[in-house]
Design a protein around this ligand. Structure first.
Ligand SMILES: [Zn+2]
Length: 424
């Protein structure tokens, strides 16, 4: 964590702005710029926590803030505490407090015992640039608040970032959702992360979601596997820019046509390979089509790589798929408000029927891909190798990267699809 002060900007500033706002401070607009209003909010925070009120977020202030970024605190039981009094002090729900501490007897608290206390607000922010670091911290926070979640790693990116997965449910019907194959399409990551949080909370509380879907019923019937960010290196290039210690620093500038600005053009991974053109499904056709698009090698988009599954990210996702028995998969992309359901007429008959139901649930159009986008994508490979329903869903409308202001609309459009896909 770098020290943050007036005049600085970045995704880390934005995350803290969102957190201060959740706590009731007024940091000004959530824009990633550390302005005078944010400085005043930080000074107020520091006063409230007995810290030197200098308006600078150094190690001590960050340490006081980190629990709010994680969404939980570790509390040591003192004389006179009750589960009820702790829940009230933290403005949290008694059931969620019990959920975070399985095996603990609330009627027999031991002085000095440490418990997890979830805060009464959501972990996953949907009003910020959603980076890999934020996702990893949110997964940590969700796992602490909802210990029944299974989390793990499907592999590592070129730079070594974890390809984290989360599993919802324990049932035999396995489905798989993934997001952010393409870095400019990172809004699909908070879409899946918010789904994980909302589903977990509803499961813990025993309440229904959306149009009557029962998370406890789904939990027993199905296992929903989710990799929210397939391409963390690409997302980092888009949101945080090129780091001087990137192992491909010089190459990346060359592949990006001499520019150090990746924020509006870069879809590929850290090797300049378009991961959704790197699967073994008519890969050679994808390769042959490159010339027509002026693709001669690694670059921001559409380069298929030297061979199918040449990249650690696509290989990890394919291996993850081979290691399971997915009845249905969805790869989330942006944009277009459209659902692609077929690949070279290999989709099973129910592929279109289920796609029509997704279309009705989301209001998105059902369509088939044409041209270079038709080949070597994840859903193409899944349909080809498994002959089971596989979908690419393009969320939102506009120019990538979509503004985060579209998030609520996108989430509302897709929530029922995410639920329906797990039981259909
Ligand atoms: Zn895409």
């Amino acid at each position: 964590m770098r020290t943050l002060r007036l005049g600085m900007s970045g995704t880390d500033v934005m995350e803290i702005q969102a957190m201060l706002k959740k706590l009731g401070y007024n940091p000004g607009p959530i824009d990633g710029v550390f302005g005078p209003q944010m400085q005043q909010a930080v000074i107020q925070f520091q006063r409230n926590y007995g810290l030197t009120p200098d308006g600078v977020i150094g190690p001590a202030t960050y340490s006081a803030m980190e629990r709010y970024l994680l969404g939980y605190d570790v509390y040591t039981i003192r004389r006179g505490d009750s589960f009820y009094s702790i829940a009230r002090r933290y403005y949290t729900n008694l059931t969620l407090l019990l959920t975070a501490n399985p095996g603990l007897n609330p009627n027999n608290l031991q002085i000095g015992q440490q418990i997890i206390v979830p805060y009464g607000f959501n972990v996953v922010d949907t009003n910020i640039s959603y980076t890999y670091e934020i996702m990893q911290r949110d997964i940590r926070g969700l796992k602490a608040r909802y210990p029944f979640l299974e989390t793990g790693t499907a592999g590592r990116s070129v730079v070594g970032r974890e390809l984290s997965y989360i599993r919802l449910g324990t049932g035999p019907n396995q489905v798989f959702y993934n997001g952010s194959h393409h870095s400019l399409e990172w809004i699909t990551t908070p879409l899946l992360m918010k789904f994980i949080e909302d589903f977990s909370r509803a499961y813990a509380l025993g309440v229904r979601l959306s149009r009557g879907y029962d998370p406890r019923n789904i939990w027993n019937r199905s296992s929903i596997y989710i990799i929210p960010m397939v391409n963390p290196d690409g997302v980092d290039l888009v949101l945080n820019g090129l780091s001087p210690d990137n192992p491909n620093y010089q190459d990346l500038i060359r592949w990006n046509n001499g520019s150090t600005d990746f924020s509006t053009v870069w879809q590929a991974n850290n090797h300049g390979v378009d991961l959704n053109h790197n699967y073994n499904a008519a890969w050679q056709l994808s390769k042959d089509a490159e010339a027509a698009y002026g693709i001669t090698g690694p670059g921001p988009t559409r380069y298929s790589g030297p061979a199918p599954e040449s990249e650690p990210e696509s290989r990890a996702v394919a291996n993850f798929t081979r290691a399971h028995n997915f009845r249905l998969v969805i790869a989330y992309h942006s944009q277009g408000q459209v659902i692609y359901w077929n690949f070279m007429d290999m989709a099973p008959p129910e592929g279109r029927r289920i796609g029509e139901q997704f279309s009705r649930a989301s209001g998105y159009a059902l369509d088939q891909t044409t041209g270079i986008a038709s080949y070597a994508g994840y859903k193409d490979w899944f349909i080809q190798d498994y002959r089971r329903p596989g979908y690419t869903i393009e969320v939102g409308l506009g120019r990538n990267p979509l503004p985060i202001s579209q998030f609520n609309q996108i989430y509302n459009d897709n929530l029922e699809v995410l639920l329906l896909a797990s039981i259909i």
